[in-house]
Write a protein that binds this ligand. Structure first.
Ligand code: PAF
Length: 291
């Protein structure tokens, strides 16, 4: 089965290279205009990929590592182009959409990771080794039935992969990591590891408390202490990494803040339980970015 990787950011590039290294056929879907092939390097080695556009003619495993603000448009494009039968869609993005359960197609999978990577021109730097989780995107579909071929390919490419019958729980945890780390790297203009020397711990506790309330409201149980400890651990593990939000601001791209702290602030407000710490970071990052 061939793979199509969508999104040539750090994680998409890392996955494309690692899938190709295991011997599977990988093409990339680029934004217009499409050259015939693209090269990306990792650890001083260069990898070449054919490019592919939609619609697809053969069954394909799609790995889409995109920005939260691209998800709705991408899913609409995919719906229009009618995927060949037996194709699979694996989605990976930071943050959450307000209307997710309405827009996510049945049979889509979420891939959640703590691997840290960033792009530097044509190179991808795998700055922090973590682990990943795969599970069905639709809450009602969550089950132990795991798609063996996709799971094995992704695990061989970028271990360690865990099967998660409750991927939404993992996504809330990842949301927390992004909310507790990324905005501070923008405010302090630093790598993740440098946050250890900034006074962010009290603020992380306050953010975790607000997020735990909202998660609970959505039926997901998280613990404040666990989230703060995990955030500190991720900061250690990815100390050398520039967060995705830092890179977005640096390159004048939109950030995902509306889908991270912005999501928590909006949803909390709607639920009648304001989240002032998320609200403040949401506005601060919006002020610091061009968008
Ligand atoms: O968004 C990111 O950059 C990453 O997910 C992480 C690990 C939270 C920070 O580098």
């Amino acid at each position: 089965m061939q793979w199509l990787v969508i999104g040539q950011g750090a994680i998409g590039s890392l996955m494309a290279i690692n899938l190709q290294r295991t011997g599977v056929k990988v093409a990339l879907k680029l934004r217009q205009p499409q050259p015939e092939s693209v090269t990306i390097s990792l650890d001083q080695q260069t990898y070449s990929f054919a490019t592919q556009s939609l619609p697809l003619t053969e069954p394909t495993h799609i790995f889409a590592a995109i920005k939260a603000y691209q998800v709705t448009e991408f899913l609409a494009e995919l719906k229009q182009s009618l995927l060949p039968i037996n194709s699979t869609l694996v989605l990976s993005y930071n943050g959450m959409l307000d209307n997710e359960q309405e827009v996510l197609p049945a049979g889509a999978l979420h891939w959640v990771t703590t691997h840290g990577a960033y792009r530097d021109g044509a190179a991808v730097i795998h700055a922090g080794h973590g682990e990943s989780w795969l599970g069905w995107a639709q809450v009602e579909q969550a089950s132990n039935r795991r798609p063996a071929e996709v799971f094995t390919a992704l695990n061989n490419a970028l271990p360690l992969l865990n099967w998660s019958p409750a991927i939404h729980q993992r996504r809330w945890q990842k949301l927390a990591m992004n909310c507790l780390i990324n905005p501070f790297t923008v405010i302090h203009q630093c790598r993740n590891g440098e946050l250890l020397h900034q006074q962010v711990l009290d603020e992380q506790y306050a953010l975790a408390e607000e997020l735990v309330w909202l998660a609970h409201h959505h039926g997901v149980l998280l613990q404040v202490e666990d989230l703060v400890q995990q955030a500190q651990q991720v900061i250690h593990q990815t100390a050398n990494n520039y967060s995705s939000m830092y890179m977005d601001v640096k390159h004048g791209r939109p950030t995902e803040i509306d889908y991270l702290n912005g999501f928590v602030a909006r949803q909390s407000m709607q639920a009648g339980h304001p989240a002032p710490h998320h609200q403040a970071l949401w506005h601060r990052v919006r002020e610091l970015s061009l968008y």
